[in-house]
Every structure is written in structure tokens, then in C-alpha cells.
Design a protein around this ligand. Structure first.
Ligand code: GLN
Length: 482
């Protein structure tokens, strides 16, 4: 009830939830109460969560925040959410996101942008999300008349899991599911002062998660602290016969890694992440992170990941290529929207023209282009080769004994809604992913942990990158930073 009341008050401003499943939440909570009264219950019994709209939820709105999936209510449940419900979690509703998870600002959603609860006022003071007050009392950072007049100060929560990050930061859920194809868990976590982990590719099942770029997509949690993220990931992760890319390895007790000393751990600092024009605040944060880990007994080593600068261009070939193929299924026949036409081709065209937003169309065009005969070798094949080189860079560093790599999570703090620079130039928007996409290209786990504030008082995150399936080291190290 406390969370539902908080959502009712704050959501008109934040637009983090697109559907609130109050009745379902109450039913699930009652069932949890009954279990807990008998001394039973799972690891997440009664814990209220928000679910990104990319996850299929049986009988409940699942549209990847696209118009083309209008009215789609799946008859099945994603494996990740099935795992969460099996452990007793309670569903509060579906969370806003960039359409088909394409974006870095949560402005491409069919349901409108999500607002970051962190705000920079005109006089450059920051209004922080207030803490949850237990009785369901929640005072939104926006929502009052005075604050509405400061709309020009509204910031994006990052994307594509902007609804998840905003909801967690504003205490509109205890934790949320999210997905990360090129940074969509870690970048919004960094922009909202929350913790987000993209596990190793294959750690969570992709079954029932609307596909964007299948070889890069991974689910993971956004949570308020490292411990919560560890508990949530343990529940979300599993091998799944319905997703042959999920991996059959025991899921460790991630929580047990928290608090373990990092003395003697080798932390790599990649020189290629010191990009041109990196703001002073980001550089300073990185140095602070290095100092904290050193103080805790870690050994800091300079490393080189020479192919880093090719990661972003290669990602923006591989991801749109896979997306153009995955999105071919939205044809007006199988799911959602249908705009009638004079024949079937005309119906396809009208449905897709009306159903997809601008960014999605841009990705489909790029993807179709790079996969077309004559260009395939020059772009797609080349990008796949680059991907192998990026993966090898990491393998070499880990083989040399580095346990974890520390980098900034993003090249800036949260920026303003409808930022003119980014709106006029999609490549500027794509640059947000510069520190995160390498991790997806290599299939590695990466966590973003809040590490400080910029000069305007906005949260900034540091990223830790680990060996395949070594999420434990990420939790262990991130806890030292948080
Ligand atoms: N911002 C990146 C993109 O638009 C990553 C999105 C994601 O991780 N889903 O492709």
C-alpha cells in the first residue's frame, strides 16, 4: 500500500510506470503475508518490484513501450519474472522504457519521456528524491506547482531502462528488472544514483524478453544498493531450456560476496577509457574510485584495451542489424497494431509506418542496410571481427591476472530533457554508451555503482567490469565504493 500510494503521488510527474497493477500487487502481497505468517516464504517474499515493459507478463500489458504492440497481452510469462514470483516478489506494474530498448535518455517511448527524480534547479541547486517515509508518504521532487514551473530543469533518467531507474531512485518500488544491450542498465543507474548490474551474457534467460539485439541483450536488476542488486540477481538468474544461450552454471550466493575484503585484488585501469574531452568531474570521480580501492588494499595496475575505440561504431552496426531482423515480426498479423491497407503489403507498410517511432525506424534502416548484399562484408562482417578483437583485449588482461576493471560508467551526469545537441544529432546520443558497450560486445558482466556527485550535485557512477560469470567480484568491489 505504501508503494502504491507513492506511485499515485509521484508518477504523474515522473512517468516511470505505464501500468500499475494494484489489484495484482495486493493479491500477491496477501499470499506472501499468509506464507510469512506460517514461517514460510522465498528470498523475496512480499518485496514489491517494478517490471520493465520489455518483460512478458502473462495477461498484462507488454508492449516494449511501442505503438506497434498495441493491446498485446502475452499468454506467457518471461523466465526472469517467473523466477522472481517463485521467490515471492510482488508485481507493482510495468515500467516505462525507450521504445524496444533503443535509446539512452528514455525519450523514445511511445508513452512519453520518463523524468529523473534528481533535479537541477535554475539556480543550480539540486532537489534530491526524498526518502521513503514508511507510511507510504512520499514527497516527490516534482509535483507541486512551484516545482512544475522549473520544468526546464527536468533531467532524463538515462535509458533505455529509465522507468526502472527513476522508479527505484524515487522509492516507487524496492527494486526493478531492467535490460542492457549496450548500457541500458548501467547508464540509467549512474544517472539516478542507483546500482545496476548487467550480468554475463547467458546468466539470465532471455526467454519472454522482447528481443532487441539477441547476441547482446541481458536482463539484470536496478536496485538501491549493492546488496539489493545481489539478492535480486540471484533470483533472476537461471539456466533455461527455453533459451539455449542461457548457461548451465550454479547461481552463487552473490550476497555472501559483500563485505569480503578486496586486499590483494588486482584492479585494472584501462588507458583507452580516458577519452578526449572527458569532463573534469568524471576524471576526478575515477581518481577517487582508484584511491578508495587502493586504500582497501587492492593493487592498481595500468592496462590497455587497444580496440576500445572501435566498440561504439561496431555496436551501432551489430545492434541495428540484429534489431532489423528481430523487428521483422511486427507485421500487423501476429501482434498488436494493424492498420488496414488495400492488400497485405500495403497493410504491412501502413502498420509499420504508424507503429514504429523515429529511432526504431532509424535502427531498422541502418540494420537493413548493413545486412544487404554488397554491404554485408564491408560492415556487418567487419563489425563481427572487431567484436572478436574487443573480446580478446579483455581476455588478455584477465589472463594477465587482473581481477576487475574500473572505469567511469558514463561520460557525463544526467542531461536535460529534449537536449538540443542530442536531439539534432543521434551520434551525440550514441556517445553516451562509450564506456558501456564494450562490455556487451565481449559478453562480460558490468556493474554501475553510485560514487559521488558532479559539480551541480548530480549523481555519477563508476563501472566495474569482471571476468565471465564472476559477478561476485563485482558485488564485492562495488560494495567498497558505495
Ligand atoms: N543506448 C543504447 C542503444 O540505444 C543501448 C540500449 C540498451 O542497452 N538497450 O542501443
Amino acid at each position: 500500500e505504501a508503494y502504491l500510494a507513492a506511485i499515485e503521488r509521484a508518477n504523474p510527474v515522473l512517468n516511470a510506470y505505464i501500468v500499475v497493477t494494484g489489484d495484482k500487487a495486493r493479491d500477491m502481497a496477501k499470499a506472501s503475508d499468509a506464507k510469512l505468517a506460517k514461517g514460510e516464504g522465498g528470498a523475496l517474499e512480499g518485496i514489491p518490484l517494478g517490471i520493465k515493459d520489455l518483460f512478458a507478463t502473462e495477461g498484462i500489458h507488454t508492449q516494449a513501450c511501442s505503438h506497434v504492440l498495441d493491446g498485446f497481452k502475452p499468454r506467457y510469462e518471461s523466465t526472469v519474472t517467473t523466477n522472481l514470483w517463485a521467490d515471492g516478489a510482488v508485481m507493482l506494474g510495468k515500467l516505462n522504457m525507450d521504445e524496444f530498448a533503443m535509446g539512452s535518455s528514455n525519450e523514445t517511448s511511445y508513452y512519453g519521456p520518463v523524468i529523473n527524480p534528481w533535479r537541477r534547479s535554475r539556480v543550480d541547486t539540486v532537489v534530491m528524491p526524498t526518502t521513503h517515509q514508511g507510511d507510504g508518504g512520499f514527497v516527490s521532487a516534482g509535483g507541486t506547482k512551484t516545482q512544475r514551473s522549473l520544468d526546464n530543469a527536468q533531467l532524463v533518467p538515462g535509458g533505455s531502462s529509465g522507468g526502472s531507474a527513476s522508479a527505484v531512485a524515487a522509492f516507487l518500488c524496492a527494486g526493478a528488472t531492467a535490460t542492457d544491450t549496450g548500457g541500458s542498465i548501467r547508464q540509467p543507474a549512474a544517472f539516478t544514483g542507483t546500482v545496476g548490474i548487467k550480468p554475463t551474457y547467458g546468466r539470465c534467460s532471455r526467454w519472454g524478453v522482447v528481443a532487441f539485439a539477441s547476441s547482446l541483450d541481458q536482463a539484470g536488476p536496478i536496485a538501491r544498493d549493492v546488496r539489493d542488486a545481489a539478492i535480486l540477481l540471484k533470483s533472476m538468474a537461471s539456466v533455461d531450456p527455453k533459451d539455449t544461450t542461457s548457461v548451465d552454471r550454479p547461481v552463487p550466493d552473490y550476497e555472501a560476496a559483500i563485505g569480503k575484503p578486496i586486499k590483494g585484488m588486482k584492479v585494472g585501469i584501462p588507458k583507452e577509457y580516458r577519452v578526449d574531452g572527458m569532463p573534469q568531474d568524471i576524471e576526478a570521480l575515477w581518481q577517487k574510485g582508484i584511491a578508495w580501492l587502493k586504500d582497501a588494499g587492492a593493487e592498481i595496475v595500468d592496462i590497455s584495451l587497444p580496440h576500445t575505440r572501435y566498440a561504439l561504431p561496431a555496436y551501432y552496426i551489430v545492434a541495428p542489424a540484429e534489431a532489423s531482423s528481430n523487428l521483422a515480426r511486427y507485421d500487423g498479423v501476429r501482434y498488436g497494431l494493424r492498420v488496414p491497407g488495400k492488400d497485405i503489403i500495403d497493410m504491412y507498410e501502413k502498420t509499420r509506418a504508424a507503429g514504429f517511432g523515429r529511432e526504431v525506424k532509424r535502427r531498422i534502416m541502418i540494420g537493413t542496410y548493413v545486412l544487404s548484399a554488397g554491404y554485408y562484408d564491408a560492415y556487418y562482417l567487419q563489425a563481427q571481427k572487431v567484436r572478436t578483437l574487443i573480446k580478446r583485449d579483455f581476455e588478455n588482461v584477465f589472463a594477465a591476472g587482473v581481477d576487475v576493471i574500473l572505469t567511469p560508467a558514463t561520460p557525463s551526469a544526467a542531461f536535460g530533457i529534449a537536449d538540443e545537441d542530442m536531439a539534432s544529432d543521434p551520434v551525440k546520443m550514441y556517445l553516451n554508451d562509450i564506456f558501456t558497450v564494450t562490455v556487451n560486445m565481449a559478453g562480460l558482466p558490468g556493474i554501475s555503482v553510485p560514487a559521488g556527485l558532479d559539480g551541480k550535485g548530480l549523481p555519477l557512477g563508476l563501472q566495474l567490469i569482471g571476468r565471465p560469470f564472476d559477478e561476485e567480484t563485482l558485488f564485492q568491489t562495488a560494495h567498497v565504493i558505495e
